[in-house]
Write a new protein. Structure first.
Length: 367
């Protein structure tokens, strides 16, 4: 197969691209605009492969998309290109509307026009795989919210049938793109598949997200900011496990289906930060210990309290389960950042120095 991967220089996209080139005989056309979060250094180990091609293209540029489809004639699209940081979406939602909604629409139309030129067998085999997030579902009941009578009951998980209730500009824009993809299937018969994943972590993660931010701040002796009480719960998925799952879906998944992909690792944010500190205490010991740098800060506006995914459909229908536990995956992640300080320095632009984003200015004009 020839697979067009949008956002292939980003965190998850580069993991998917590396997985395909290293573990299959398929080819990848990596289409990426190369925004602040996209970096070709994440692909330096596979960039010389004759099965890898890079195209620097914005998914909102219809003419360039048409050229790419005509020139490379892909058998499938894996659409990962997106603005993805909740805090950035709070500060500047316009980019999220443009990329995640308008960009997905533009890509769908370019792909559909290309698909209509294929012969019947190629048309039948073609897939448009849209990669999304569990945040479109909103949040779930938190253990703290359960009464004594419900203490022994299992808390609910997100399933493929969970209703959408996005909380942030980011998740609302992703929910919109999910709806567009399903509408193109229903209206035009365009062969789409949707996946919704839990929080990813692992190597090559841009350091605005919690885990790389904490690792790098800890090593530099900076504060380790934790929102609110740190009791927000996330299900953590190692990015290479996610890449395997996504390849399973695009090659074996059924058209029209949605698959939830989770790591089976529900952890409170404070627990994640404390675990990173403990690993660093072991690998790069210092006094005082890293946990002394933890600082609680005002919570994010509209912060969802709990996410958790039921990925049993992936297990039953596609025979996928995560390999890494949270403990093994996090240790690998910390070690990777220790071993790749140059990559970390290179990807941080001069305009972003790991400062907090997403705070709302509530002062009225003239104050």
């Amino acid at each position: 197969m020839k697979i067009l991967v949008t956002g292939g220089a980003g965190f998850i996209g580069s993991a998917v691209t590396r997985h395909i080139i290293k573990n299959t005989s398929d080819s990848v056309i990596n289409l990426d605009k190369l925004t602040y979060a996209g970096n070709l250094q994440s692909l330096e180990h596979i960039e010389k492969s004759d099965r890898y091609t890079f195209e620097q293209v914005d998914i909102c540029d219809r003419a360039e998309l048409d050229r790419v489809f005509k020139q490379h004639t892909p058998d499938a699209v894996m659409h990962l290109a997106a603005e993805s940081h909740v805090d950035r979406s709070i500060t500047g939602p316009a980019e999220f509307i443009q990329t995640n909604i308008v960009g997905t629409y533009t890509l769908l139309e370019a792909a559909r026009e290309y698909w209509n030129t294929l012969d019947d067998s190629a048309k039948l085999a073609f897939r448009f795989h849209h990669i999304s997030t569990d945040e479109v579902y909103g949040d779930l009941p938190h253990p703290d919210e359960q009464d004594d009578n419900a203490f022994d009951k299992e808390l609910p998980l997100f399933t493929e049938q969970t209703s959408y209730a996005p909380s942030s500009p980011y998740s609302a824009s992703k929910a919109s793109s999910d709806h567009l993809v399903r509408a193109w299937l229903r209206t035009y018969g365009f062969p789409t598949i949707v996946t919704n994943c839990s929080n990813n972590y692992g190597p090559y993660h841009f350091p605005e997200k919690l885990i790389p931010l904490v690792i790098l701040n800890a090593l530099e002796g900076k504060d380790l900011p934790v929102y609110g009480k740190g009791d927000q719960i996330r299900d953590w998925l190692y990015v290479e496990d996610h890449a395997r799952a996504l390849y399973k879906v695009v090659t074996e998944g059924k058209v029209g289906e949605t698959y939830n992909i989770g790591g089976h690792n529900e952890k409170q944010n404070i627990e994640v930060v404390q675990t990173i500190c403990s690993i660093l205490d072991e690998l790069v010991p210092k006094k005082p210990k890293y946990a002394e740098q933890i600082m609680f800060v005002n919570d994010r506006p509209g912060h969802d309290r709990r996410y958790a995914i039921d990925s049993s459909k992936m297990s039953k229908e596609l025979n996928w389960t995560p390999i890494e536990t949270f403990e093994t995956g996090l240790r690998k992640t910390v070690q990777w950042y220790l071993d790749n300080q140059q990559w970390c320095q290179n990807v941080q632009s001069g305009s972003y120095q790991r400062e907090r984003l997403g705070q709302i200015n509530t002062k009225t004009q003239g104050e």
